[in-house]
Design a protein around this ligand. Structure first.
Ligand SMILES: *[C@@H]1O[C@H](CO)[C@@H](O)[C@H](O)[C@H]1NC(C)=O
Ligand SMILES: *[C@@H]1O[C@H](CO)[C@@H](O)[C@H](O)[C@H]1NC(C)=O
Length: 153
């Protein structure tokens, strides 16, 4: 009897482990959609193709450029592994300035299925000559949450 109970206990643990594994791998972090950071900047990422490539658009709320802010295109790629919490990178080619920004980050999903993007960006501003190179690049953390799809009323 003792042996039988031990076996039952063991298979129960095994079942629990399998259930935990399958629920944690069920929800995957999907880059496709619109993401917003705490400054209200939005970025929209298209469907990710089989090679992991995507494109999209970025609308910033903050800019040091003189021209008015415009929606700017972005192109990038993500790792295709199990796509659970993929790393990715993309380039924003600003439409209203000569600057370029690259982002690198990871798409996370927590136990409640909530997704976040955790990234860092580097902004390269155009300077007149190599003497000004020292001040041409800045960078910061950027984290974003998904923007729920707009509901038509
Ligand atoms: C970002 O998207 C949200 C939701 O669609 C919208 O309310 C907000 O105005 C957008 N931000 C900008 C800067 O357009
Ligand atoms: C880059 O993104 C733009 C849209 O923002 C798209 O038209 C273009 O095809 C993309 N380029 C590549 C190489 O994916």
């Amino acid at each position: 009897l003792a042996v039988a109970m031990e076996k039952t206990g063991f298979s129960l643990i095994l079942v629990l482990a399998l259930v935990t594994l399958s629920t944690s791998s069920q929800k995957k972090c999907i880059l496709t959609g619109t993401w917003q950071n705490d400054l209200g900047s939005n970025m929209t990422i298209s469907a990710v193709n089989e090679a992991g490539q995507f494109y999209g658009s970025y609308l910033t709320t903050v800019s040091a450029a003189e021209k008015p802010i415009l929606v700017s295109p972005l192109n990038g790629s993500q790792h295709i592994d199990d796509m659970g919490q993929p790393t990715f990178g993309f380039t924003v080619t600003w439409s209203f300035s000569d600057s370029t920004t690259v982002f690198v980050g990871q798409c996370f999903v927590d136990d409640h299925g909530e997704e976040t993007l955790q990234t860092m960006w580097l902004l390269r501003e155009k300077v007149k000559s190599a003497e000004d190179n020292w001040k041409a690049t800045t960078g910061l953390w950027w984290s974003g949450l998904p923007v729920p799809a707009c509901v038509e009323e």
